[in-house]
Ligand binder design. Sequence first.
Ligand SMILES: Nc1ncnc2c1ncn2[C@@H]1O[C@H](COP(=O)(O)OP(=O)(O)O)[C@@H](O)[C@H]1O
Ligand SMILES: Cc1ncc(COP(=O)(O)O)c(N)n1
Ligand SMILES: [Mg+2]
Length: 531
Amino acid sequence: MAYGGVILSNSFSFYQKRIVMSSRMQEKNGGASIPHVLSVAGSDSGAGAGIQADLKACAARGVYCSTVITSVTAQNTVGVQAVHAVPEDFVAQQLKSVLSDMQVDVVKTGMLPSVGVVKVLLQSLTELSVRALVVDPVMVSTSGDVLAGPSILSTFREELLPIANIVTPNIKEASALLGGIRLETVADMRNAAELLHALGPRNVLVKGGDLPDSLDAVDIFFNGEHFYELRSSRIKTRNTHGTGCTLASCIAAELAKGSPMLTAVRVAKRYVETALEYSKDILIGNGIQGPFDHLLRLKSGSHSFRRKDAFNPSDLFLYAVTDSGMNKKWGRSVVDAVAAAIQGGATIVQLRDKDAGTKDFLETAKSCLAVCRSHGVPLLINDRVDVALASDADGVHVGQSDMPATVARTLLGPEKIIGVSCKTIEQAQQAWIGGADYIGCGGVYSTNTKANNPTIGLDGLKTVCSASKLPVVAIGGINASNAGTVMEMGVPNLKGVAVVSALFDRENVLAETKKLHALLMEASSSSSKIQ
Ligand SMILES: Nc1ncnc2c1ncn2[C@@H]1O[C@H](COP(=O)(O)OP(=O)(O)O)[C@@H](O)[C@H]1O
Ligand SMILES: Cc1ncc(COP(=O)(O)O)c(N)n1
Ligand SMILES: [Mg+2]
């Protein structure tokens, strides 16, 4: 058969296709090829299912995924609020753009909202050479919303299933494809798999995620000769939105890598089980069916976000540094003061207590951390790396006579934030080499909070900022009367101001923080206009 003909027919074997393709790739560009799945499916705004799940599943399996979007759904963990079908000729346009340029190994279909879209896809498939076609006959979301109506059933049965290498209906979809037969037991699933196979797909997987009264998650695989009852433990979780899309994409990804069909299905099922187990306690959205974590990274309770996500330099904008003496003087706890500062707009908090015993300091750190975490504001500990570690705070701020940044980095690991006080270009350079995330530069103005601390003034600040490879927060005697001047300079790398007395040596922390925040907003917008 000539390359480029109708190659999804049974006459052209899986392995023959592979050989033709790899030689063509070498002819074309001589470079390394990467397994490639094309997903033709609907978009899910909540990103649990559909195209978004397909992209994540392929990424997790190490396979490239291009996407042709058939429909845009307004969807979340509660359900599907609206569906907007992409015009058929635009689906055709997307197919043309991808297929005229890229070598696709496996096509995976999800939501195909109309007969017209199925026909457009069929037309492309006849002109295309791919290793396999994986059909996930998406019809009704788990929330019960219709994604493709019964009008597509006959086109599915008569035209799409006969050219599929595998079709992966859930129980409801298998029933619909078979004219509404009852499907309540594993025996019913076997029967359905056999009947569906008779429609032409080379392999059938009837998924039992929604099988009532089943302790295991049982799927039936049938290849025309043998039945396989694929079982995994049923994970107790609400986060099963998108399991079907993910399973089909993972099968497609494994096929694209060259796996035989049964292996691909087994790997995919194991992957879904692992991802559900990992994600069982994750909380995203308020509905009954949440998404899960394809990349196994978001586990709740663990704060080990990747380092590049841990620190955002814009968090330095309004940096509140506590002082226990001042808060005591005004008759409030440090935790209450921190809560008020955050409410007023503080974007990062540093807990600074030069006198407290270790036990008390740790307790305060833990209480402040709870407040900060609930508002998504990072908490740093002044000087005390041990307290930062013990409380699991977000990082430390160290001075020139404290632990060097490089030692703190070794102790705290790559995830935590480290700030260093610097007055000179050399110190700023050293902080950068030592693995710090930002520098605090000052004292800009003289202050009562630090005795014998020479000031560097606005010129000194400018000099260090211009040479620094790290973001800078200005510190020292900054208050409502001079913060505007500091920020309006618009010097490079200066991200914000750190304040102690201007917030905490005042009666009303909330009002003072609000005032300063408003002032900084105004100053930074006018400095960006000047630049
Ligand atoms: N709670 C669960 N624990 C383990 N596997 C599950 C669970 N729910 C679904 N699965 C598996 O996820 C895959 C998708 O199944 P299913 O939910 O039936 O499809 P769909 O999402 O299309 O309705 C199947 O392999 C199924 O066995
Ligand atoms: C765009 C789109 N495609 C597919 C599904 C099915 O996923 P599920 O059965 O997990 O709701 C969905 N809800 N949305
Ligand atoms: Mg499901």
